[in-house]
Structure formats: structure tokens, C-alpha cells
Design a protein around this ligand. Structure first.
Ligand code: ZN
Length: 481
């Protein structure tokens, strides 16, 4: 249900809508109502797929059919796996490799204990104070809805794609994406589909957040790489015993010592692609000296590495990281436990394989009493996509149409996304969302008061409609063989 908008907020919204209504994308006013409505569906995914509310996802699908009638009458739409959606918009030249746009239907759960902290209830989709509020308002219903709005609008405009488009919406991205994106990628691979490029969430637009760049100039980051994911169980077993007798070997102490040694031996830092290209790209928007430093890493690499290691976020771009996230042992005050266990969560830099990462930790621990094993499903980092491609240029062009004057640079994302399942469907994997962050506003993805500025949603509509029109149209600049 769409909330009523208080008078003042309505005025603010009207101002945003009037300002935002432009000829370069779907009209904002009705689109934002549909976006708001999409947030009222509780499409929460769970690690146990049986716990996911499939009826709610079916209701969400019914809403999409009603909201986008042309898309659902002109495009082929398939249900893949349990609740993933795959749309195919055939182009007039079947020999051209298709484009694939990804988004996900699912959202993370809302912690009941935090309900009172939400300014508006998390599944209300309230439009107020220039924002659309609710779980999924940032991650990632604006992408899913803006892609469908763009397709519907392009159909209304009589647009006929030369190059085929696929729109694929997983239902379990927040819990690793094997059932949704994994199944869709498997379906496409089995059908022999090789895409020219695939675009998923990741990256974004920063305002005033990159030191040295004019704070009014948008900095758009296209993630051409992402890190691999690995969780390890670390276990020490001993004989245990009564606490009155001083133990020879206490599993808690042995394991604690091992964890300390892991922290003392971080993975080596590597100034590898896409980081040099990112620094060169950002350097273009900086003053002479910073630009010189970032464009001449052969000379300045040592200093630059030290600077990047100084901040946890930039450090994560140049090394495999380890975080100890769980520790458990002991059942009673007067019993020495027979077992202690911990979980280490690693994010692997491209080029650092799972066996290499495990060997590094084994060497760091240097104690055979500590047993390491892979916990759950791990994934290697997908290959880094080159920057000097027509696909990268196409995305950059849609970004500059949406954010005039933007500085565009490649990046690597520390989080995992659905796109990693698609490495067998395309060599060109890009991650970008036109979502704008500043020092004071990040949109709170996954957190309390998740929300998106209405004005930012206009930019979603402009970006995706531009990307689809230019990418599937005759002057995309993409290869034709
Ligand atoms: Zn997401």
C-alpha cells in the first residue's frame, strides 16, 4: 500500500518531480509510485531456501505483470529455479551477442528489535521528505524497477532493439545467489548464450568523497573486479578435563594463539589491476601532483601502497583480508573444554586462489593442532574485466548522460554480487549502480532507515534507459562480429 504524503513533503516531492522530469527517460512521477509499491512486498531471502516466502514472491511477480503490461506481452518471461525471473527481448540481428542486465528481487530481513528505530515502517514504501523509504529502497529494488520501467518506456516509444537484451532477476542474492543467479546463468550457458557484456549492481557514484577531486564533481566507479569469498572453520580439539588440575593443553589458549598469529601475518599487498587504472582515472580529476603520482605508479608505487594500506576500505582493494568473525568454546565454569572453534571470513583478491589462501593461514598459524576446513560454499574471485573495452565505454557514456561532467574510473568491490555466477556466460562483467553517496548520506543499504532520494531514482531511470537504448541500438560501438 502506498502511504499518503503529508502536505509539506508533497510540495517537496512535487518540486523534485518537476525538476526531474526530463525527456531522456521514463516519466518520474508514476515510476516512483511503482517503485514505492515494490517495497511493500516482503521478498526476504533466507540461507535455508525453504524458509523463503514463495507466495510473497509470486505476489511480487503478479504486481510486476500489472505494472509493466508491454514488457509482459512483448518479452519472453520465464520463471527459473524457484522464483528467479528471466526476460528475453529479442533483437532484430540475432548474430549480435546480447546484453544482460541483472538485479535481484530479494532483500535482507529486518531485525525485529530495531523496528522502533525506523522513521517509517520498513515495508511501507512511504514517500516522504524527498525520499522513498523501506527495506530494499537501496539494495536493490530501484535497479530492478528502473530496468523494467526503462523497457516498458522504450516499448512505448516504439524502440526496436538490434541486439538482444536479457533482464535477469535472482531471488537469493543476499544469501549467495546459487538458487537464482546460479540457476539463470546455468540456463543461459546450457542454451549457448554468450553475452557481449553483463551489468550488475556494485560500484556507484560518490560526491565530495574523493580527496583532491572537486567535491561538486560526481565520481562514478565501475567495478570491473570483485573479491572471492571464503569462510574457514578453525578447530582445536583436546582431552579437556577438570579445571582444578592445571591443563597441559587448553584448546581455547591454543586457538587464541593461532588467531593472534593470523593477525600478525597479513596477506601481501599487491598494486594490481584494476587499482592502477582506478588511480590513473581518479588522477585525471585531481591537481597536477596527485595526478602525477597516480599516473606514474612505476615510480610512486611504494608510497601509494602505503597510503592505500592506511585505510581499511582502500586496504581491501589491494590485499586479501581476513576477519575472525566467530569464536566458541566451553560449557561450564569448572570444565576445561575439549574443543575450541573459530570462523575466519576471507575476501580473496583476484589471483589469490582458495588453496593459496588456506596455505597462507596454515603457514601463519604454524601449529598442526589447528585444523582448517572450508565452511559452506566458497567462491574464487572472478577474472578481472579489462577496462579498454567498448562495453566499458558504453557504460561510461550512459553515466555521463546521467551525471554530466562525471569522472569515471574502474574499481574493485569487496562484496560479492550475483554476477560472479555469470563468468561462464560473458568475459565482460561490470558492476555499476547510479546510486549517489556523500559523506553524510549512503542510503543505508541493509540497515535501519534504508531509503533512496526521489531525485536519485530519476537518475536510475535515465541511466538504465540510456544504457539499454544505446547498447541495443545501432550506434552502440559494441563489436558486431
Ligand atoms: Zn544487492
Amino acid at each position: 500500500m502506498i502511504a499518503r504524503i503529508p502536505a509539506l513533503c508533497s510540495l517537496l516531492l512535487t518540486a523534485a518531480l518537476t525538476f526531474g522530469a526530463g525527456p531522456s527517460g521514463p516519466p518520474l512521477e508514476s515510476a516512483v509510485q511503482r517503485f514505492s509499491k515494490s517495497l511493500t512486498f516482503r521478498t526476504v531471502s533466507h540461507a535455508d531456501p525453504a524458509a523463503t516466502d514463495r507466495l510473497e514472491l509470486a505476489r511480487f511477480h503478479a504486481f510486476l505483470r500489472e505494472a509493466f503490461p508491454l514488457v509482459h506481452s512483448r518479452l519472453e518471461c520465464r520463471l527459473i529455479g524457484q522464483s528467479a525471473l528471466l526476460y528475453h527481448w529479442p533483437g532484430t540481428r540475432p548474430s549480435l551477442k546480447p546484453l544482460i542486465l541483472l538485479a535481484h528481487q530479494d532483500v535482507v530481513a529486518v531485525d525485529e528489535a530495531t523496528l522502533h528505530q525506523w522513521t517509517h515502517p520498513p515495508f511501507s514504501g512511504v514517500i516522504a521528505d524527498g525520499f522513498v523509504w523501506g527495506r530494499g529502497a537501496r539494495d536493490f529494488k530501484p535497479g530492478l524497477m528502473a530496468i523494467l520501467e526503462s523497457a516498458e518506456w522504450l516499448l512505448q516509444q516504439g524502440f526496436v532493439p538490434e541486439r538482444s537484451l536479457y533482464l535477469a532477476f535472482g531471488d537469493d542474492e543476499e544469501v549467495q545467489g546459487y538458487g537464482g543467479a546460479g540457476a539463470v546463468a546455468g540456463h543461459l550457458a546450457a542454451a549457448g548464450v554468450q553475452a557481449e557484456l553483463i551489468l550488475d549492481e556494485g560500484g556507484g557514484v560518490a560526491l565530495g568523497m574523493v580527496g583532491g577531486v572537486d567535491p561538486r564533481r560526481p565520481v562514478a566507479m565501475i567495478a570491473v573486479a570483485e573479491k572471492g569469498y571464503l569462510s574457514l572453520d578453525l578447530v582445536v580439539e583436546g582431552s579437556g578435563g577438570h579445571s582444578a588440575a592445571s591443563p597441559r593443553e587448553n584448546p581455547i589458549v591454543v586457538l587464541a594463539d593461532a588467531l593472534r598469529r593470523i593477525e600478525a601475518k597479513p596477506f601481501p599487498a599487491a598494486l594490481q589491476e584494476p587499482v592502477p587504472s582506478m588511480l590513473a582515472g581518479l588522477g585525471e580529476g585531481m591537481g597536477f601532483w596527485k595526478g602525477f603520482v597516480f599516473s606514474n605508479l612505476w615510480l610512486t608505487g611504494g608510497v601509494t601502497t602505503r597510503v592505500l594500506l592506511g585505510d581499511p576500505e582502500t586496504e581491501a582493494m589491494i590485499r586479501t583480508t581476513v576477519a575472525i568473525t566467530r569464536f566458541s568454546s566451553g560449557v561450564q565454569d569448572n570444565v576445561i573444554p575439549g574443543r575450541a572453534s573459530a570462523v575466519a571470513n576471507l575476501r580473496l583478491l583476484p589471483g589469490c586462489s582458495i588453496p593459496q589462501a588456506m596455505q597462507h593461514l596454515t603457514d601463519a598459524i604454524d601449529d598442526p593442532r589447528v585444523k582448517l576446513s572450508v565452511r559452506g560454499r566458497a567462491s574464487e574471485a572472478p577474472p578481472v574485466t579489462p577496462v579498454s573495452t567498448p562495453g566499458y565505454a558504453l557504460i561510461s557514456s550512459a553515466i555521463r548522460t546521467t551525471f554530466p561532467g562525471a569522472l569515471v574510473a574502474p574499481s574493485i568491490t569487496a562484496g560479492t554480487t550475483d554476477i560472479r555466477h555469470y563468468a561462464r556466460v560473458s568475459h565482460n562483467l561490470y558492476r555499476f549502480v547510479p546510486s549517489v553517496s556523500t559523506h553524510t548520506f549512503s542510503g543505508n543499504g541493509h540497515r535501519t532507515d534504508e531509503r533512496l532520494p526521489v531525485e536519485n531514482y530519476r537518475q536510475y531511470l535515465t541511466f538504465y534507459s540510456t544504457f539499454m537504448r544505446e547498447g541495443a541500438g545501432p550506434r552502440s560501438g559494441l563489436p558486431t562480429d
